[in-house]
Ligand binder design. Structure first.
Ligand code: AMP
Length: 503
């Protein structure tokens, strides 16, 4: 159905109308259209919505319109489970408040110097976004006063409870004036959340985005049946074939996330783990690398991945199927953002997984299509095409080639033929595919009819590879530099080749 509601229909200020226009928001999203009028009306709200639905603006817009710029004290408090989410939420507030005078916000979270935060609080802010632990810290130091707070928002409340913030949340809510507005946003509504809402909210309005709106149409959802021990191999092949620039791999445990990261690195893939055992500083570093593309694969657990707001993720891999359906939707929502298309690829490793997949399909009301793992022969064919394209791309670039010509000249002077030089470069370009061809009898598909001996050999191969991880990862950087530069180096080879063969 066409969305005909306008922001102007929701009773927001002219300044907000200007900022949403500047941000390119044409229509309010479903969760915004439903919750903004209640919140502007002073009511409590329970919003069941996930990241990607526009939930941040659902509470940020009313907050900006409701706070009094003439009162220089915190009037709205937004609690977030992670620093990343807090930073994102505050970023959205700053953009939405651009045309409002005298509105100031700040973000306070653990892992950052408390002095900067104290200074920003002292300057006078009306909107405070932060993680519960650090907010408690400021409350206890007396650097954050909550007497003027009129609205408290718990963003991703289920995650905050999962992360053990319940006591802090209750302590914070108890410190704020009772006549405040209390708002819960949560992807799921488990019992502990409902208990909290009963305890701290008054006649809340419940708003939900319909499930069918949760899965995005521009995400292709497929699954592969694969032996558990061959998932990394299959993932590496799929990444190689599709050339995904950024992808996120989901694991159900921190340990699996670490192991998968190591195994991918051993295959020459620039992967980083993102999970709850990392400090805030480490997480920020990993996220910065991912945003810059210096790490192309993020291997994450569900909790750690919440709040990742990167628009260019091309594929999401469910290395482990998620334990609940809501998380599946949450996971695949990491891709296909900002109108781009995305791929959600799940691995089914046995009967239990097959049942779980059926449950997922029922939940999202969409079929997830089965795919056959690409065979080594297909991989080689596709790689050939890719390399040929890369060569054409490289030779079409106008640039100074002196350096390459000198290198080729040196190799020729040492007695190599031009064919040998080109072959060497090709070998490097083909990389792992060459290795795979040696193992081309191995079928990745679950129950693919391979006899036991072969599978065992493959599995042992996998272990060996893991063992070589340290050496391989040392080589990765070097090989990548060479391979990347080869994209360009191939051109003089081709040119000289042409010159030689036409001579
Ligand atoms: P959120 O669910 O708050 O994380 O928002 C997901 C993405 O949707 C963010 O990149 C927002 O900037 C964007 N967004 C939020 N509201 C709208 C809207 N009404 N129209 C278009 N994009 C939006």
């Amino acid at each position: 159905m066409e969305n005909t509601i306008l922001f102007a229909d929701l009773g927001v200020s002219d300044e907000i109308l200007k900022s949403v226009e500047a941000m390119g928001y044409v229509h309010p999203s479903a969760i915004q259209a439903q919750s903004i009028p209640f919140l502007l009306n002073g009511e409590d709200v329970i919003g069941q919505a996930q990241t990607g639905t526009g939930k941040t603006a659902s509470f940020a817009i009313p907050i900006i319109d409701l706070v009094d710029p003439n009162v220089n004290a915190p009037q709205a408090l937004i609690l977030c489970p992670t620093r990343e989410l807090a930073v994102q939420v505050e970023g959205e507030i700053v953009k939405l408040a651009k045309f409002k005078r005298g509105i100031h916000s700040t973000c306070i979270y653990g892992g950052e110097s408390i002095d900067r935060q104290i200074r920003s609080l002292k300057r006078g802010v009306q909107i405070v976004v932060g993680t519960p632990g650090r907010i408690m810290d400021h409350m206890n130091r007396g650097t954050l006063k909550l007497q003027e707070v009129r609205m408290v928002v718990l963003d991703e409340a289920d995650e905050m409870l999962d992360m053990g913030f319940r006591d802090d949340i209750e302590a914070i809510l108890s410190e704020t004036p009772e006549e405040r507005q209390t708002v819960f946003f949560s992807a799921t509504m488990p019992k502990p959340i409902l208990e909290l809402t009963r305890k701290y909210q008054r006649d809340p309005q419940i708003v939900k985005v319909l499930r069918k709106e949760l899965t995005v149409e521009n995400i292709s959802q497929v699954y592969y049946e694969v032996k558990p021990s061959l998932r990394v191999e299959l993932m590496a092949r799929l990444m190689d074939l599709s050339n995904y620039k950024l992808s996120v791999v989901f694991c159900n445990t921190k340990r699996a996330a670490d192991e998968v990261t190591e195994a991918l690195i051993a295959k020459g893939i620039m992967a980083e783990a993102l999970h709850g055992d990392l400090s805030q500083g480490q997480r920020s570093k990993v996220m910065a690398k991912f945003r810059k593309g210096t790490c192309s694969v993020l291997v994450a657990t569900d909790v750690a991945a919440r709040g990742i707001d990167v628009d260019d993720v091309e594929a999401v891999f469910n290395y482990d199927l998620p334990l609940d359906e809501e998380n599946y939707v949450h996971r695949i929502g990491r891709t296909g953002r900002a109108g781009k298309s995305g791929a959600a690829i799940s691995f089914v490793t046995g009967r239990k997984d097959s049942y779980r997949l059926r449950d997922l399909e029922r939940f999202i009301k969409t079929g997830i299509e089965k795919q056959n793992p690409p065979s080594v022969a297909e991989l080689v064919e596709l790689k050939k095409e890719q390399v040929a394209k890369d060569v054409y791309r490289a030779i079409s670039k106008e640039e100074d080639t002196q350096l390459f010509e000198e290198t080729i000249g040196k190799l020729l002077a040492e007695g190599l033929t031009i064919e040998q030089v080109a072959l060497g470069l090709m070998k490097l370009q083909f990389g792992d595919v060459m290795k795979d061809t040696k193992e081309q009898n191995f079928d990745l598909e679950l129950g693919g009819g391979r006899e036991r001996g072969k599978r065992d050999r493959f599995e042992r191969g996998g272990e060996r590879e893991g063992g070589r991880g340290a050496i391989a990862s040392e080589k990765v950087a070097l090989v990548l530099v060479v391979v990347i530069s080869l994209r360009v180096q191939v051109w003089p080879v081709m040119r000289t080749w042409r010159v030689c063969s036409s001579a």
